[in-house]
Design a protein around this ligand. Structure first.
Ligand code: PMP
Length: 361
């Protein structure tokens, strides 16, 4: 089969080693004679997988015992509602920084639940930037400040995070979790759907500070209450066992590859290579994001005409470069280069970009 370079935005590329390991264990997991999918979520064998995923994530991200790690369902989208349901209490206001479609959605959900405020927005720039000044004047009765750390659709990323003092900082890290070293202690809650950097769709990771838990109202529905999942170690109801198993394999893969620092270095190199192809193209490839706000995960650009963009995308597929169409809401091109996308795939794509430019300039 022809080599495929997978630049899908999510679900997206998984490490080949992980897929091979899952394949080898598919019919007989750990000498049980069964697939992991057929085991009880209450069994000892599954419990080990669950605990391994949790402890590897804590180790790789430097998560201390001040935090709980949860494996939930409903995607990052459910967190748009769960965060305010649990934390936006009567008399307080939740502040949102709008940097793209996903933060707009998170804000809209919170607005259905309680009082909200848009503390900053880069909508006027067509979301080409992240706010440059992140010293926000937060209301004194703030329940939290919410940001989207990486904007998957527009290809922008926070490279430093707002200082919020006593106000809890909450981040939707769906598209850059585990791609670079972060200081967990700056955040009160982080959530991320797994299907970009962590594994397959179906599991959502939530990392939250324990001191948030006592103030969560008991009146909210049981399965939407973080306390329910904390008390039951994410086993209140049947968890997505296969997705959590693959998450544990992806985390093991990150560890075997030297951990987050090594992955970060590689991600920086991959992104620099593709941004260089754009910057050195004499305007043939036009980036969406401004330089300071560029994402290392989603590289967004267009070509001088709609016709050329279409031709580029079609030729890319012919050459084995998959998933490069921009999000349906903005069009253009987007190369998503999450952790599992190799430097070699980026190099091959960069050569393709030069060849395409030469033949169409
Ligand atoms: N937030 C961000 C930053 C995303 O990129 C996405 C999905 N692409 C979502 C939220 C929504 O995630 P889900 O489909 O898991 O609900």
């Amino acid at each position: 089969m022809k080599a495929i370079h997978n630049f899908n935005a999510g679900p997206s590329a998984l490490p080949k080693e992980v897929l091979r390991e899952a394949q080898a264990q598919l019919l007989n997991f750990n000498h049980t004679g069964m697939s992991i999918m057929e085991l009880s979520h209450r069994s000892k064998v599954y419990e080990e997988v669950h605990e391994q995923a949790k402890s590897l994530l804590k180790e790789l991200m430097g998560i201390s015992d001040k935090y709980e790690v949860l494996f939930l369902q409903g995607g990052a989208s459910l967190q748009f509602s769960m965060v305010p349901l649990n934390l936006l209490t009567e008399g307080s206001v939740a502040s949102y920084v709008l940097t793209g479609a996903w933060s707009e959605k998170a804000y809209e959900e919170a607005s259905k639940i309680g009082e909200t405020s848009i503390i900053a927005s880069t909508k006027d720039s067509n979301y080409t930037t992240i706010p440059t000044d992140t010293t926000f004047n937060l209301p004194i009765n703030s329940s939290y400040l919410h940001i989207t750390s990486n904007n998957t659709i527009y290809g922008t990323q926070f490279h430093s995070y707002p200082e919020t003092g006593q106000v809890p900082l909450i981040a939707d890290m769906s598209s850059d979790i585990l791609s670079k070293k972060i200081n967990i202690d700056s955040f009160s809650l982080i959530y991320a759907g797994a299907q970009k950097n962590l594994g397959p769709a179906g599991v959502t990771v939530v990392i939250l500070r324990k001191d948030l838990l006592p103030n969560i109202p008991a009146s909210i529905p049981t399965t939407l209450n973080y306390n329910t999942h904390v008390k039951n170690n994410s086993l209140y109801n049947t968890p997505p066992t296969f997705a959590i198993y693959l998450l544990s394999l992806v985390l093991k893969w990150v560890k075997e590859h030297g951990g987050v620092e090594v992955i970060e270095e590689r991600n920086n190199k991959k992104a620099s290579l593709l941004y260089r192809s754009i910057d050195e193209s004499d305007g043939f490839y036009i980036p969406h994001a401004t330089k300071e706000s560029r994402s290392n995960m989603n590289i967004t650009f267009t070509l001088p005409t709609e016709k050329l963009t279409k031709e580029f995308l079609a030729k890319a597929v012919e050459n084995g470069f998959i998933g490069l169409n921009g999000h349906r809401s903005i069009g253009g091109c987007r190369a998503s280069i999450y952790n599992a996308v190799s430097y070699e795939s980026c190099e091959a794509f960069s050569h393709f970009m030069s060849r395409f430019k030469k033949s169409n300039f």
